[in-house]
Each structure stands twice: as C-alpha cells, then as structure tokens.
Design a protein around this ligand. Structure first.
Ligand SMILES: [Zn+2]
Length: 276
C-alpha cells in the first residue's frame, strides 16, 4: 500500500474522493472499492508494462560463422550463450526476452533487426564469437555501429559478419520469415550515444569476469545493427579461431561467465539509462 499511495494514505479519504455522495461508514463496500483500486494500480506493473530485450544469437543454419581448430562452430556457441543470458534476465521477471532464433536456423540480418523493432525492444544485443586469420588474436570486444570502422581489423570483421546476408539470398525462402518487416534504414543513428554507453558497460564486465584480453569498444558497419531503433551492440566474446580460447568457449563455466558479464552490463545500463 505504501508503495502505491505513499505513507500518508487514508482509505477514508480515498473513499470520499471516489464516492463523495456516500457517507463513509467503514462498510464492506468501501473495503471492496479499496481492494479494486489497489489491484488496478498494481496490475499493470506486474503484467502489461514489461519491456522487451531482444537477444540475437549470431549466424545459424548453413551459416556456421567462424570455426575453431577443434571443430567448434560459432553458431552453436552464440546460441548457447544467448540462452544463458535469456535465463538470467528472466529470473527477475522484470523484462520479456525475445531471441531472434532459438534453434539452428538463420533469419536474415534485416529480419533480426525487424524482430527488435516489431517488439518495440528496449535493447538489442547481438551475441557472437570472433574469428581471425591471425591464430594469436585473442580477447573480447564490444561493437556499436558506425559507417566508419575503428580500424582495419574491425572493418574486416564487419565484412565477415555481414557476409551471412549474401549467403541468405542464395537460400530459397530463407529470408521469408513470418514476421512483419518494420525496419528503418539507419535507425541506429539516433541511438549511437546510448549504444556506446551500453557497449562500455558490457565490455567492463567482460574484462573483469573473463580474464581474457581487453580489446575494448569499437565501431564498425554491422548490417544487423543498422536498422535497429533502440540501443544496440554486438558482443564478440572471445576468439574461436584461437585454439586456447576455443577450448574456453566450449566450456560451460566460461559460457556462464560470458552470460553473466553481458547480463550485468545490461542491467547497469538499464538502471542508468533505460528509464525512458
Ligand atoms: Zn559472428
């Protein structure tokens, strides 16, 4: 009661406001009215006001993403980590979580962004693991969108991640997902500042929880982020192309740590900037 009406709440006063023509006698009717008013005040917060977080496990289907020396595929690890992040978020029941894919399929990059917009997402997180021709490349990094890449390596990575788009078009019907395409070209431009803050908070957690090298926050032109109309980042947890990190990435405890880091960074962002 105190949360809804404040400390000085007086049921007699409320009754007089709601039904001024009826004299207060402490009746059952007053108690019922009060219960109804309280319920109406509390229910929307519990059921209707849940905002949506969209999690996007990279790749899927024929698009396996980056590959490890020991045969691990990026698409499987992206999905496993995303499901762990989903479980963490859902523990509190404060947010609804939508995955752009929950099995081994490959929605097009535009459809992934459209899923975020269709659900009026509060935040969009694309979860990936990295691949490089340099076997020694290691560590985690978090990206937000820019048409101009931070450096040559980021540009190359965005090219690699954007390639799935081309692959999609070669698969008949692959981009005919049963969703309405609500997508605005370059919608992400309006959210660059918030996206950079989100990237910073997630990257800080990855650094402290994973014990991997900090590659920092970077920018590149990721097609999957372009049309998303909310703060959006792309996380590259570690390098599957580095045999040492590949072994970490398939380890359940390491995946739990990645999920925890992403989750904690996200919650800190929502606490600081997610109110509107
Ligand atoms: Zn990827």
């Amino acid at each position: 009661m105190r949360n809804v009406f404040g400390r000085g709440f007086d049921s007699r006063r409320l009754h007089q406001i709601m039904m001024p023509h009826v004299r207060y006698r402490g009746s059952w009717a007053a108690a019922l009215l009060l219960a109804a008013v309280c319920l109406a005040a509390v229910l929307p917060a519990a059921a209707g006001d849940q905002r949506t977080i969209v999690l996007d496990p990279g790749h899927g289907g024929l698009d396996v993403g980056a590959k490890g020396k020991f045969g691990s595929l990026e698409k499987d690890i992206d999905l496993a980590i995303s499901k762990k992040v989903k479980a963490l978020i859902e523990q509190s029941q404060a947010y609804r979580v939508v995955l752009t894919r929950d099995k081994d399929v490959n929605p097009s990059l535009e459809n992934r962004a459209a899923i975020a917009n269709n659900n009026d997402a509060l935040v969009f997180l694309s979860i990936h693991v990295n691949g490089s021709f340099r076997k020694k490349a290691q560590g985690s990094e978090t990206f937000f969108m820019s048409l101009n890449a931070t450096d040559e390596e980021s540009r190359r990575l965005a090219y690699q991640e954007n390639r799935e788009q081309a692959l999609d078009k070669s698969i008949a019907g692959a981009d005919k997902d049963d969703i309405k395409m609500i997508l605005w070209d370059m919608a992400q431009s309006a959210y660059i500042k918030q996206s950079s803050q989100l990237a910073e908070l997630i990257q800080a957690q990855l650094n402290s929880l994973l014990g991997t090298a900090n590659r920092g926050i970077k920018q590149a032109d990721f097609v999957v982020l372009r049309g998303v109309a909310c703060p959006a980042v792309l996380v590259e947890a570690a390098f599957i192309s580095n045999p040492e990190e590949e072994q970490k990435l398939v380890d359940e405890a390491f995946q739990d740590n990645v999920a925890q880091a992403v989750y904690t960074g996200l919650m800190r962002f929502l606490a600081a900037y997610g109110k509107n």
